[in-house]
Design a protein around this ligand. Structure first.
Ligand code: PLP
Length: 373
């Protein structure tokens, strides 16, 4: 099996797994209890919070654990729009942001969805013009999950702050893959998810800058400073911190490796003579390769590749049985004859040059007899 769907989820880092084990089997105490047995879980959470904070240039009391990236996005969007304040976001956000915005619209809030250019970048002058006097929140993703495009985050936060708005970014695809420093970038809130950087599934965090006032998302006990109740998922918190530290330590070498694999993939495909477009901007998340092939269905490619033991994803969301072109592929205006043939190959640090050779051969075997018959 060749796994090339790392933007969907990643394999758990073995060091993260080892770090989690004691908190599953031995130190399983509820960290909120006052007795000595809970001391280790309490300390593990404190250490994890500090480690995560140091990876993103934050203070440890600015990290709030959540159950996933979607929860972090929901919290930031649904709790921050205040009294009928408007929200400005982009058309290519993940559905965790888009559907949270739709929920806010139902409550009477106005949401302004700004367009992107063909490489998936928002235009700063459009953002600037979209912000109104009553805009409270600007939410633009750090990097796109389908096409990998990295937004000019510092410039976006500068514009948001110039208008006295808060700036939230969904960094689920960026964190652990490219440098992220919340203070240098002027980020007020940032969503993250462990399973996208070789941590466990079902754990994430929301960075909330000190001084930003946000209502609680889950009411209950006093966990996470009373803002996000629920007994802490200690093993996963520990695993998330370890995985993030590992990824940040090896970021440069991982990036180089992934760029080498991407080049091999693109050059290999070019040599086959297959007609395709590569989507996204020049500045992309390492390993994210979105390709649109002419005269072929992405769904068909995905299933044929699956039969050959290769896992990729389509750029399309499935609506029942009808394959649709995704909102991102539509937003970047991929020409119609290519748009339906979009797949996302997202490479990870465990992929090899041999994997790439096999992916190219498989695509050639599938596409050439169909598109060039
Ligand atoms: N935001 C982005 C950009 C994503 O890619 C994803 C997952 O694909 C999410 C949010 C949701 O993260 P989670 O799966 O942890 O809820």
């Amino acid at each position: 099996m060749i796994y090339a769907d790392n933007a969907a989820t990643t394999r758990l880092d073995s060091k993260a797994f080892e770090a989690m084990k004691p908190f599953l089997l031995d130190s399983y105490a509820n960290p909120s209890q006052p007795y000595g047995f809970s001391r280790e879980s309490k300390k593990a959470i404190k250490d994890a919070r500090e480690d995560i904070a140091s990876c993103i240039g934050a203070a440890s009391n600015e990290i709030y654990f959540t159950s996933c990236g979607s929860e972090s996005d929901n919290w930031a969007i649904k709790m921050m729009s205040g009294e009928r304040g408007t929200i400005v976001t982009s058309v290519i956000e993940h559905h965790a942001v888009l559907n949270s915005c739709r929920a806010m619209e139902k409550l009477g809030h106005e949401v302004n969805y700004i367009p992107v250019d063909p490489s998936g970048l928002i235009k700063l002058e459009i953002l600037n013009a979209a912000i109104k006097d009553n805009t409270q929140l600007v939410s633009v993703m750090f990097a796109n999950n389908e096409i990998g495009t990295i937004q000019p985050v510092k410039e976006i936060s500068d514009i948001a702050h110039k208008h006295n708005c808060l700036f939230h970014t969904d960094a689920v695809q960026a964190l652990g893959h490219i440098p992220v420093n919340v203070h240098e970038l002027g980020i007020d809130m940032m969503s993250a998810s462990a399973h996208k950087f070789n941590g466990p599934k079902g754990i994430g965090f929301l960075y909330i800058k000190n001084g930003v006032k946000i209502p609680s998302f889950i009411d209950g006990g006093g966990q996470e400073k009373g803002l996000r109740a629920g007994t802490e998922n200690v093993p996963s918190i520990v695993g998330m911190a370890k995985a993030l530290k590992e990824n940040c330590t090896h970021m440069e070498e991982n990036k180089e490796w992934l760029f080498a694999l991407e080049n091999q993939l693109i050059n290999g495909l070019l040599q086959t003579g297959i007609d395709f477009i590569r989507n996204g901007s020049e500045n992309r998340i390492p390993g994210n390769v979105s390709l649109s092939f002419k005269k072929i269905e992405g769904e068909l490619l995905l299933h044929r590749l699956d039969l050959m033991g290769i896992c990729v994803s389509t750029g399309s969301a499935c609506d029942g049985k009808k394959a649709q072109i995704s909102h991102v592929i539509k937003a970047i205006n991929v020409p119609e004859e290519y748009a339906k043939g979009t797949i996302r190959i997202s490479l990870g640090k465990d992929n090899s040059a041999e994997d790439i050779g096999l992916i190219v051969k498989a695509l050639q075997k599938i596409i050439c007899p169909i598109a060039y018959k």
